[in-house]
Design a protein around this ligand. Sequence first.
Ligand code: NDP
Ligand code: TDO
Length: 305
Amino acid sequence: MKKILLTGVNGQVGHALAAQLQQQPIAQVQLISCTRQQLDLSQPVHIRQVIRQVKPDLIINPAAYTAVDQAETERELAFAINATAPQIIAEEAARVNAALIHFSTDYVYDGSKATAYLETDAVNPVSVYGASKLAGEQAIAAVGLPHLILRTSWVYGSYGKNFLKTIIRLAQSREQLRIVADQHGAPTADIAIAEAVAQLIERWHPHNAEQTGIYHLVNRGETTWYGFASEIVAQYQALALQQGWPALLLKALQAISTAEYPTPARRPQNSRLVSNKLEQVFGVRLPGWDTSLAQVMPALSALEN
Ligand SMILES: NC(=O)C1=CN([C@@H]2O[C@H](COP(=O)(O)OP(=O)(O)OC[C@H]3O[C@@H](n4cnc5c(N)ncnc54)[C@H](OP(=O)(O)O)[C@@H]3O)[C@@H](O)[C@H]2O)C=CC1
Ligand SMILES: Cc1cn([C@H]2C[C@H](O)[C@@H](COP(=O)(O)OP(=O)(O)O[C@H]3O[C@@H](C)C(=O)[C@@H](O)[C@H]3O)O2)c(=O)[nH]c1=O
């Protein structure tokens, strides 16, 4: 029996993972899912207590401080959750001989590369959030336990807060939306991440030191936030006709530059990540981002209409 401890079960990825691992016929998994109350990452003592008590074989840590703009003024809290907590999780995992799957972000890069990023490319975060996530990665690597650090990007789904749901909400109440069209990346569905992680759990041999390390894990293809918003609106409108959902108020999506949409945190212009390493080492290949979006959209009906 493999005992898995999952953090942040009320987040997008945590929620999708819990659903996936409960329905997936993964051989003999006992899943212990924790909310923030059950495992508070801002409390080092609490982290140590829970891990020592549960003694898992594998810890999956999608819990994080993800408020990118707010992090600029909450640096200490962002680092406590995204850097110190992963370090403690890794130390305790090593103590009980558990392996660790941790999530990180495209925001560890500065986005200045002309082509898509490889895991071997230099990191240089341009936001506090990105810096805190990078510090978490480095802390885990320094502990030296068997681990997978999965850098994903632009996560969305039918559950939780994300760009997809923001765009639909705004498009239901506004005639015009202005969306940045000069930041490039791949929207990645929570369910695509969960399916990929379920495969990784079956295929990863934590004692094979060569498999430990950083992997990009994103839906295939690329777009911009404007391209993503356009596809969201198009898929919503097609479904609305079929399903009788209310029409959007939106009349125009306007492509704008980053300079025209000032935010407290800087975001990389290029967030494109190559996921080939994941496919080469584990045979895990994610669908195109628009395919995953089409799988997520129907699940929005109950929430949005
Ligand atoms: N969202 C995105 O676009 C991207 C996310 N990532 C990374 O992927 C991972 C999963 O992200 P995602 O699921 O989208 O994030 P969410 O913001 O949806 O969920 C984060 C979860 O972390 C929990 N959390 C926050 N603070 C604490 C704390 N002190 N103790 C315990 N739990 C806490 C939240 O709890 P509560 O529900 O109580 O608030 C929430 O459940 C993260 O590592 C993130 O950095 C990477 C790239 C893109
Ligand atoms: C709502 C909105 C956003 N935008 C822009 C702002 C920004 O450049 C981009 C995305 O905005 P958001 O604030 O939704 O997304 P943001 O918080 O930057 O999303 C990031 O979250 C963290 C956790 C990650 O790790 C990243 O991979 C990434 O997904 O869209 C518009 O141009 N118009 C709009 O109406």
